[in-house]
Design a protein around this ligand. Structure first.
Ligand SMILES: [Zn+2]
Ligand SMILES: [Zn+2]
Length: 317
């Protein structure tokens, strides 16, 4: 079976890294898109140009598989659907934020405010962050008819057969899609930097434990060394094992570093620890840094190695 996978990298002015859209074509199958890019006119124009290089157009797209609910991955799903009638799929745990993106925006913004208090971010920075988040409101649109996916589910479109691998961690509903020996990983597994864990989904908790478990799930896939990885950002590569081992090592070292910092015997917030680890953080890096440290503290608390001396201040046990 001949399957063509084309990569279209779509930059945006809000996040550093361009988001990948993958176009999957097979002569006997409908055209499938993995992710969409952010919901702006510029991004839609870049997608159109990329599709025309693959000799197709938005109208030809029959299926959109979303790796997760973030706007730089699903922002154009509704526009594509309006134009092509494509069926849109997303894992059930990210489904509400995709189907009701506009309706839930305020609710999710409130959850972010609560999370930023939990992470110990100072008030003046919380206010700045609230303004920053307000800019995202128009960058996605609700897709009320999106279908819910479940772990292990098989999706067949003509000759194309995808297996859904639920990989919670980066978001609760993050999913990878396995097509033969090709694995589309969204933000769960990236080639150069580690996906943020802790700050990028405030609708649930315990992200770090889930994320590491989800990486083990990838390692348990058949013929894992032969897999070609197609990530949500950056270039595809073969064999995920060395990269996954490096990520395990990275998180282990970070945990140890946090424990060392807590050996001063004082109680610290996630934000204070993030400042020591990362220095002064700009814009949304404050969220990413503090949220990720908090995810580590949550795991350490669960393991009985730290405790909250007072709400949101952690101390070594
Ligand atoms: Zn993401
Ligand atoms: Zn991303």
């Amino acid at each position: 079976m001949s399957v063509f996978v084309h990569q279209i990298a779509i930059p945006n002015p809000y996040f550093e890294s361009p988001s990948n859209v993958f176009v999957i074509q097979n002569p006997h199958s409908p055209t499938v898109l993995i992710d969409t890019g952010i919901g702006t006119e510029e991004s839609l124009a870049l997608l159109r140009a990329g599709l025309s290089a693959c000799h197709c157009s938005v109208q030809d797209i029959s299926v959109v598989l979303l790796t997760h609910k973030h706007i730089d991955h699903c922002g154009l799903a509704r526009s594509i659907q309006d134009e092509s009638g494509a069926a849109v799929y997303v894992h059930s745990d990210d489904w509400a934020d995709v189907t009701l993106f506009e309706e839930r925006y305020e609710h999710v913004s409130r959850l972010y405010l609560e999370a930023m208090h939990r992470w110990g971010i100072p008030h003046e920075i919380i206010t700045q962050m609230a303004h920053f988040r307000a800019r995202f409101a128009g960058l996605g649109r609700s897709v009320p008819t999106a279908h819910k996916l479940a772990d292990g589910q098989t999706l067949r479109f003509g000759e194309l057969e995808f297996r859904v691998v639920h990989t919670p961690g980066h978001t609760q509903g993050s999913a990878c899609f396995l097509l033969g020996e090709t694995l589309f990983t969204g933000d769960h597994l990236l080639p150069t930097y580690t996906s943020n864990v802790g700050a990028t989904d405030v609708t649930s908790a315990g992200h770090l434990g889930k994320f590491l478990h989800s990486l083990h799930k990838i390692l348990a896939l058949p013929n894992v060394e032969s897999l070609e990885i197609y990530p949500g950002h950056g270039r595809p590569w073969k064999n995920p094992r060395p990269r996954i081992e490096k990520i395990f090592q990275h998180h282990h070292e970070r945990t140890e570093r946090i424990l060392t910092l807590l050996h001063d015997g004082q109680a610290h917030t996630a934000f204070e620890i993030a400042l020591t680890l990362f220095g002064k953080m700009r814009e949304y890096h404050v969220l990413l840094g503090a949220g990720e440290v908090y995810a580590h503290l949550e795991e350490l608390e669960r393991a009985g190695r730290v405790r909250q001396a007072e709400p949101h201040r952690f101390q070594i046990v």
